[in-house]
Design a protein around this ligand. Sequence first.
Ligand code: HEM
Length: 140
Amino acid sequence: MSIEADQIYDIIGPEGFKSLVAGFYERVAADDVLRPIYPEEDLAPAERRLRLFLQQYFGGPNTYSIERGHPRLRARHMPFKIDQAARDRWMQHMGASLDEQDFPDEVKAIMRDYFEQGTTFLMNHHPAEGGMFTTKRENN
Ligand code: HEM
C-alpha cells in the first residue's frame, strides 16, 4: 500500500499533529540557537500556527488559511535569519519528535522528506555566496 501526503491527516488525526508539534516546541524552548530566533516570549501561539499549517498541508481542515491567509512560507520566514545551523537544529528537533511518534513508517517517511526539503527551501542566509554575488559591504 502506498499513501499520499494528503491522506496523513486521516491516518494520524488532530492528536497526531498535536503530539508531533508539542514534541518539537519542547525542544525549541531549550535550544540555544533556535529559541532566540522565535520573537514571542510565549511559544504557544507559534506552536498553534505550525500545528494548523501542518494539518492543512497534510490533508486536514484549512483553519490555517482561514486565520492567516495564503501561507507564503518563504516570505513569512524572511524576517528570521535562517542559516545552515538554524535549519539543521530545526530539522534535528522535528526529526526527534517524529521518531517518538506512534505513526506508521510510511507516514514518518513522507513527513521527514517534507521537512528535509522545506527546511532547506526556507534557508535565507547563505554566507558562502557572499564572496561571489554580493559586495563586501553586503557580505554578512
Ligand atoms: C518545513 C519546515 C517549516 C515549516 C513547515 C514552517 C512553518 C511555519 C509556520 C506555518 C509559521 C507561522 C507563519 C504565520 O502564520 O505567521 C512559522 C513561523 C516561524 N518559523 Fe517556521 N517553518 C519551517 C521551518 C523553519 C525553520 C528552519 C526555522 C528556523 C529558525 C523556522 C523559524 C520560524 C520562526 C522564528 C517563526 C515565527 C514564529 C511564529 O510566530 O509563528 N521555521 N513557520
